[in-house]
Design a protein around this ligand. Structure first.
Ligand SMILES: [Fe+2]
Ligand SMILES: [Fe+2]
Length: 417
């Protein structure tokens, strides 16, 4: 098997769009345990997503943050950053289903603990010496994510077209979660593969990591479905089998076995590119009508709009301050107390504080009590050797009394005005 590209994967340019994360939220109070009525097997087979995705997608984010320095293409970098934002939101949204399952008597903790161990320990950062070994492990994980994303895009495309779920009265909130996620998977389906091609792209690595990812997914999925069926408090003899999966696929409530098998040679084809599958237009159309995604858009637009009054207030306050300062200058210029500084008359000297001090006869203001930001460097450059590099009102230039003009009584900072 050659490691070279005999045929270059050809992306479909029209399928590329800029990515953005949508800050969705879902309310699960009214969702029944079996959100697909009278079909616990399909419900729980799809529920496995809530167990796998939070840990898996956070792992994607963790790995991709390490790959960012290797990206030399600006558009790909933007895509990867958009991908990270979307995957982080997916993980959070699925994580929030778990308390709902617990409330319905189905505690997923024993399973999620194992999944967390898998992604954090087995597939996490290993203690490897810097250099080739560490780079090899990073590239393996990048290729593995590309293979997994082939299946998340496959599932996303499937759920967008799974009209049988609607016909059977699936819970609308759960359906919206699955389709919002599926649509974003279709939106960003090329990013992981493009990143893999950019940083490595080796065909042997693609095949090897696909085999690992596919085996792990099948193992974890059937294990998760069995876990849910066996622990469902409403079922006396809950079981999950491949026969059930095949039957649900034929009924249209799960992907068909044939479609799953046909997806394998497509990914392993040397001319494969994810943009050749699925439809970005369909994904975007769903996101434009998704209750959760449109609510997130409205909230984001509201947030941007609510910033406007704050900005207007800030602009008005700044303008008022400028006008007040000009008025003060005019008044002080006409005052008999002007000029305040012998031989140094100037409008800038007529600050309110200086004016008050002059009126009170405090012409010799101790340097060390002056504004620290403007006076500290001069203080440090003075003839007295500073004992500290940080400036303080009683500071590094010596005592307040010694810095003051002889005969001028020391004053407390509280009288600075
Ligand atoms: Fe995702
Ligand atoms: Fe994804």
């Amino acid at each position: 098997m050659s490691n070279t590209h005999s045929r270059v994967p050809e992306p479909v340019a029209s399928e590329h769009i800029p990515l953005k994360a949508r800050n969705v939220s879902f309310s699960w109070e009214d969702t029944p345990l079996h959100w697909l009525p009278d079909d616990p097997f399909t419900t729980h087979t799809i529920n496995v997503l809530h167990l796998l995705l939070p840990a898996g997608e956070r792992w994607f984010v963790h790995v991709y943050k390490q790959v960012l320095p290797y990206i030399r293409d600006e558009r790909l970098r933007e895509d990867v950053i958009g991908f990270i934002g979307q995957e982080a939101m997916h993980a959070q949204a699925h994580d929030e289903v778990l308390p709902h399952l617990r409330a319905r008597g189905l505690d997923p903790t024993p399973y999620t603990a194992q999944v967390d161990w898998l992604f954090e320990k087995l597939l996490g950062d290993r203690t490897l010496p810097p250099g080739r070994a560490r780079h090899w492990w990073l590239m393996e994980r990048v290729a593995m994510i590309a293979a997994i994303e082939h299946y998340t895009a496959f599932l996303g495309d499937w759920v967008l077209n799974a009209t049988e779920l609607d016909r059977r009265g699936a819970d609308p909130t759960m359906l919206d979660l699955l389709r919002w996620h599926g649509a974003e998977e279709v939106e960003h389906r090329s990013v992981a593969f493009d990143l893999f091609l950019h940083v490595d792209g080796g065909y042997r690595r693609r095949v090897r990591t696909w085999a690992t990812a596919f085996t792990a997914l099948v193992f974890l999925w059937q294990r998760g479905a069995r876990f849910f069926m066996e622990n469902d408090p409403t079922l006396t003899d809950g079981r999950a089998s491949f026969k059930d999966f095949h039957r649900s696929g034929r009924a249209g409530t799960l992907p068909t076995t044939g479609a799953m098998l046909r997806s394998i040679p497509r990914y392993l084809s040397r001319s494969y590119h994810p943009s050749q599958e699925g439809s970005t237009a369909q994904a975007v159309a769903y996101l434009a009508s998704s209750p959760a995604a449109t609510a997130a858009e409205r909230a984001a637009a509201g947030g941007r709009a609510s910033d406007m009054p704050r900005l207007a207030t800030l602009a008005l306050a700044t303008g008022a301050a400028v006008l007040a300062r000009r008025a003060l200058r005019r008044r002080t210029a006409a005052s008999p107390l002007w000029p305040l500084r012998p031989g140094g008359a100037g409008v800038r000297a007529a600050t309110p504080r200086a004016l008050r001090l002059r009126v009170a006869g405090m012409s010799a203001w101790p340097r060390a009590w002056s504004d620290s930001a403007s006076r500290a460097p001069a203080c440090r450059r003075g003839s007295r050797a500073p004992t500290s590099t940080s400036y303080s009102p009683r500071g590094s230039c010596g005592s307040t009394r010694s810095a003051a003009t002889p005969g001028t009584p020391p004053r407390t900072p509280s009288r600075r005005g």
